[in-house]
Design a binder for this molecule. Sequence first.
Ligand SMILES: Cc1cc2nc3c(=O)[nH]c(=O)nc-3n(C[C@H](O)[C@H](O)[C@H](O)COP(=O)(O)OP(=O)(O)OC[C@H]3O[C@@H](n4cnc5c(N)ncnc54)[C@H](O)[C@@H]3O)c2cc1C
Length: 398
Amino acid sequence: MPVQTPVVIIGAGPAGLTLSHLLHLRGVESVVIESRSREDVENTVRAGILEQGTMNLMRETGVGDRMDREADIDEGIDISIEGKRTRIALTELTGHNVAVYPQHEYLKDFIARRLADDGTILFETTVDDVTGTDDDSVPSQVRYTTADGTQETITCDYVVAADGSKSPYRARVVEATGGARSRHEYPYAWFGILVDGPKTQKELIYATHPEGFALISTRTDDIQRYYLQCDPNDDPENWSDDRIWEQLHLRVDSEDLQVAEGRIFDKSVLRFRSAVTEPMQHGRLFLAGDAAHTVPPTGAKGLNLAVADVAVLAPALARAVKDKDERLLADYSSIALPRIWRAQHFSYWMSTMLHAAPGETRFEANRRVAELDAVLRSEAGRRYHAEQYVGADLPVFD
Ligand SMILES: Cc1cc2nc3c(=O)[nH]c(=O)nc-3n(C[C@H](O)[C@H](O)[C@H](O)COP(=O)(O)OP(=O)(O)OC[C@H]3O[C@@H](n4cnc5c(N)ncnc54)[C@H](O)[C@@H]3O)c2cc1C
């Protein structure tokens, strides 16, 4: 087991693995500690859309070959109001596109690359505590427990908490800095299914209907990801296969399109909220990805924001480790946060236009749909939506 490293990264999700890879390319080694097994990390289905900037980062850092071979590149999305679809031509409007490439495939590529580069990822190993990150007179130490129950300690210069939406470290940052955690709760959730069957169509369909929202998405040629708006306290048991297909057809079908059915092999309720922690650092402890912020999945920003954070953090950490220059590191939060808030706004805006809030009055429903209709009718509206959806390019530092 390593006893010392410049950077310890807690979590082998998109934030942690991407950061470790970017640091390695800048000549800085790190240790990634992940409580789950490699198999679990590589098989858990979560997000599925890569923004243009995330694709660029994969290609430019030598991890994009399989994505280029296997991902579906989408040049548009459909937005449907009661079965009437309008296409947002992403590529035509912005010059960029998105890739449908499941998060677990992204993680497989980065794990393989880190291991090929002799990187250290400790799977089935849980971080128990972090000490010394706010005190320059003592070294930072990370205490962890391995799969066989052995307790170990590793000493480092910097700790990055990339440990997901339940991170205990953000409360520590907020308390130490007098910062804040801003939150917004939504009165709805997504009931998600995985389907063994053919695609309904190549490009995603975001649908609104008086019965609620639906999303027709895909993971591979043979596995489809569909979502239906539901109550946050809903139980997957309440959703029989018949009810699922009836609701998907009702919310999405039109004269020229029918949702393609298949064998449903997974049902789950995905609750969501918006939240941002500010600042995202204290002393030598840094938050990245879902540890710092959470977005509703509607805008497909979760994975992409995690990658955008570490695209800022990696060069700043490299400069601090190699040149002992912490000035860029000091600016990490102020560089990352404006992009995070823009993504929060877009995810909130898209969510609230597309979902029928419980108890919505006739006025509220008609105004909401009129707003969406106005965006779709206007070329400027579609362009704005497309720009936000594909994401601006990732920040680049020399
Ligand atoms: C069920 C689900 C569905 C989703 N669907 C979508 C979607 O459709 N579209 C979208 O854009 N986003 C979606 N998201 C969000 C997206 O997956 C996240 O935004 C993304 O995973 C964030 O990456 P991350 O690296 O910050 O955190 P994570 O991917 O959560 O990685 C954190 C890692 O840290 C590990 N960890 C935690 N604590 C410890 C510890 N103490 N010691 C060691 N390891 C630890 C965890 O095991 C985990 O592997 C979904 C999320 C979930 C949960």
